[in-house]
Design a protein around this ligand. Structure first.
Ligand code: NDP
Length: 453
């Protein structure tokens, strides 16, 4: 059931339901209609108080949440977001997306999401640690390696996962894989930090290959990326490795535009400074040698990159939800953009998606986040598998498995779209393919388990 004060959840729900309705699925198999009212209500919603002590010895209070949305395919799995904008509508949208995304990885994971309206920016390490301990004091009783396995998201990276894991272990006297994104020396998986960004690029590799009959690759393509956090950084590095030119990055304060292409050294400088919560404007001001001469960038205060990036072949929104508007979608297409794949969850507004989908007949191809960014949770699934076996796979092994998962996910979206789409454009709708393929896997499991009958 969707509630009127949950606009983000409503948007995610509408995306799924309209993709299903605008296909032949319900005509061919009417029974699946019965799944929608069931799958759209979380199995469990947990809300809790997080009271913690700041560096001045004062008490601060935040709202903590965990949405355990669907466990048909496995333990609830999905990240934790620490950001002042966090509320139930946002976490329900993220949890809902996560159900179908996790299904698209082919691994056994249910869907969940959680977080807190805590703002980590400007906090000391000690404050972040005390906050994480207080947060886990509540969360610990609801998670477990076979129950619910959270990971990172906006505002939750390796440092926070470490503090959260340490707190859990001490409280429960139990060392088990209850979080993913752990440190490499204590149960983490190689390639997990890189996985979402790399995975988006692997997915787009397949889009380019299919759309150009194997004639083109990332080589020489101009790629606009938004965000400068975990997903954006590794997407940028993989694009550069494959011979593409990264023309933009951004953060919540503004965007940087590069004519000659962002360099790996610049990405590294940004990664080092972002852990200390610096803005891109501060970073380019302080790392003068990295951002000068032929490597200089233009800073656009308060702007997203899309209308400023110049000629663009590929756009990878990788910051946050609803970060591409209809006007920006039109501007991207006018600038030559042919491929759009979301590193962020629900990166495009519903209106922007309409613009992309309507342009499919002109060879513009859009991939929704639930397919394109499933690489992160996929490697989280591989981290769980390694934890269960008490082994560590090599970098090459994990990267190869990630590639296989992303390529298979693309093929699944493509074939499902061809099978159920009503339109006959040469490029089928990956929006529909992703939603239908993810939904079918979850729906079938729900029928088998008696959740729907
Ligand atoms: P990070 O916290 O590492 O980075 C987030 C980036 O987005 C930062 O550059 C941040 O700017 C920017 N940003 C955050 N909020 C806003 C906003 N309201 N407006 C503009 N910019 C904003 O997060 P991740 O890179 O992990 O996540 C990015 C996106 O990818 C999210 O949508 C997340 O849900 C999605 N995702 C992440 C996965 C993962 O494995 N990490 C997996 C799948 C999806 P600033 O530095 O100024 O805060």
């Amino acid at each position: 059931m969707v509630l009127p004060h949950e606009p983000e959840f409503q948007q995610a729900y509408n995306e799924l339901v309209s993709a299903l309705q605008d296909s032949t699925l319900f005509e061919e198999h009417p029974k699946y209609k019965k799944v929608i009212p069931v799958v759209s209500v979380p199995e469990r919603l947990i809300q809790f108080r997080v009271a913690w002590e700041n560096d001045k010895g004062e008490i601060e209070v935040n709202n903590g949440f965990r949405v355990q949305f669907n466990s048909a395919l496995g333990p609830y799995k999905g990240g934790l977001r620490f950001h002042p904008s966090v509320n139930l509508s946002i976490l329900k949208f993220l949890g809902f997306e996560q159900i179908f995304k996790n299904a698209l990885t082919g691994l056994s994971m249910g869907g969940g999401k959680g977080g807190c309206d805590f703002n980590p920016k400007g906090r000391t390490d000690a404050e972040i640690r005390r906050f994480c301990v207080a947060f886990m004091r509540q969360l610990a009783r609801y998670i477990g390696q076979d129950t619910d396995v959270p990971a990172g998201d906006i505002g939750v990276g390796g440092r926070e996962i470490g503090f959260l894991f340490g707190a859990y272990k001490q409280m429960q006297n139990n060392w088990s894989g209850i979080l993913t994104g752990k440190g490499l020396s204590w149960g983490g998986s190689l390639i997990r930090p890189e996985a979402t960004g790399y995975g988006v690029v692997y997915y787009v590799e397949k889009m380019i290959e299919k759309a150009t009959n194997g004639k083109e690759t990332f080589k020489g393509k101009r790629v606009a990326i938004s965000g400068s956090g975990n997903v954006a950084q590794y997407a940028a590095l993989k694009v550069i490795e494959l011979g593409g030119i990264v023309v933009s990055l951004s953060d919540s304060k503004g965007a940087i535009i590069s004519k000659n292409g962002i360099t790996p050294e610049q990405v590294e400088a940004i990664a080092d400074a972002k852990i200390k919560f610096k803005s891109l404007e501060e970073i380019i001001g302080e790392s003068v040698s990295a951002f000068s001469g032929s490597n200089s960038v233009e800073y656009k205060a308060g702007a997203r990159p899309w209308v400023h990036a110049g000629a663009v072949d590929i756009a990878l929104p990788s910051a946050t939800q609803n970060e591409v508007s209809a006007e920006e979608a039109k501007a991207l297409i006018a600038a030559g953009c042919k491929f759009i794949a979301e590193g962020s969850n629900m990166g495009s507004t519903a209106e922007a998606i309409d613009v992309f989908e309507e342009s499919r007949s002109k060879n513009v191809w859009y991939a929704p986040g639930k397919a394109a960014n499933c690489g992160g949770v996929a490697v989280s699934g591989l981290e769980m598998a390694q934890n269960s076996q008490r082994v560590s796979w090599t970098r090459e092994e994990v990267d190869q498995k990630l590639k296989d998962i992303m390529y298979t996910c693309f093929d699944n979206c493509y074939e499902t779209a061809k099978k159920y789409s009503k339109d006959t454009t040469e490029l089928p709708s990956l929006l529909k393919g992703a939603n239908i393929a993810g939904f079918l896997k979850v729906a079938d499991a729900m029928f088998d388990q008696g959740d729907v009958f």
